[in-house]
Design a protein. Structure first.
Length: 261
């Protein structure tokens, strides 16, 4: 189902601190809506898949439910643990979802933020359904970056055409668009009921250095290799500095929620 090279998932661990500093968090309204729809009891626990450095974990923790957050990156998990030290009911494990042994507990909510597409598609939905209690909910969400502002489009396009034309396309996160690969696969699985899709506007303003550090954490950019990536990002940073020194990126968060049949 996914056309994203799964081996790139491990590359985020190499830039854990950059990932934590420059990847956007998620709007508070998303978590309010999510928890209202999940209808968890006081003893129900949440399983988070691909927690990274805890961008979504930080939104879940204040609701007071037990959370087990797993990620294959030890450096990423180390940052998340430090971030969440004030929440003793939030626990972490270094593991892929494919290798993780769930034990006997059935979860009422599985959450995956910017990560479900990194799970082997032959495992992802069947194992999620097996781990969920009947009627439990799977919630997957991700920021899908919009094209750069109009003021930068004409400047960036020749840079990318010359240095990395394969990146001047729809982002890999298009997987989470309504009617995208995730929604299609979820519907075709027969394991879940009808999904609900919601969008939460998100904007982040970056300095030139912050923007290229954000790009350095993206899998499609990391696939270029170090030499091409460094050259491209140097040109992008110069363009942002010449364009005023900051760039405002629209990164709406797309949320999909579906209950296990």
């Amino acid at each position: 189902m996914s056309d994203i090279p799964l081996h790139l998932a491990r590359s985020f661990d190499e830039v854990a601190d950059l990932y934590d500093a420059h990847r956007p968090g998620y709007p508070a309204d998303l978590f309010v809506d999510l928890m209202a729809e999940a209808r968890l009891g006081p003893d129900d626990a949440i399983l988070e898949l691909g927690c990274g450095t805890g961008q979504a974990t930080r939104g879940l923790a204040p609701f007071g439910r037990r959370v087990l957050a797993i990620d294959p990156g030890p450096e990423l998990v180390g940052v998340a643990r430090r971030r969440m030290a004030a929440f003793p009911y939030v626990h972490f494990a270094v593991s892929t979802f494919e290798d993780w042994a769930p034990g006997l507990s059935a979860y009422r909510l599985i959450v995956s933020a910017q990560a479900f597409h990194w799970i082997d598609w032959g495992v992802a939905l069947p194992k999620a359904a097996a781990v969920l209690a009947p009627g439990g909910m799977l919630a997957c969400f991700a920021h899908v970056p919009e094209p750069p502002p109009a003021a930068f489009l004409g400047v960036f396009e020749p840079i990318y055409a010359r240095m990395a034309p394969e990146l001047w396309v729809d982002p890999p996160e298009r997987w989470y668009w309504p009617g995208g690969a995730f929604a299609q696969g979820l519907a075709a699985s027969g394991l879940f009921g009808a999904a609900e899709h919601r969008v939460y506007p998100t904007t982040r303003t970056y300095s030139a250095d912050g923007f290229v550090d954000y790009l350095r954490t993206r899998s499609d950019y990391r696939a270029l290799g170090r030499e091409r990536l460094d050259a491209l990002l140097a040109a992008v940073a110069l363009a942002v500095r010449d364009g005023g020194g900051t760039i405002e990126m629209e990164m709406p968060a797309h949320l999909h929620m579906a209950r296990r049949r």
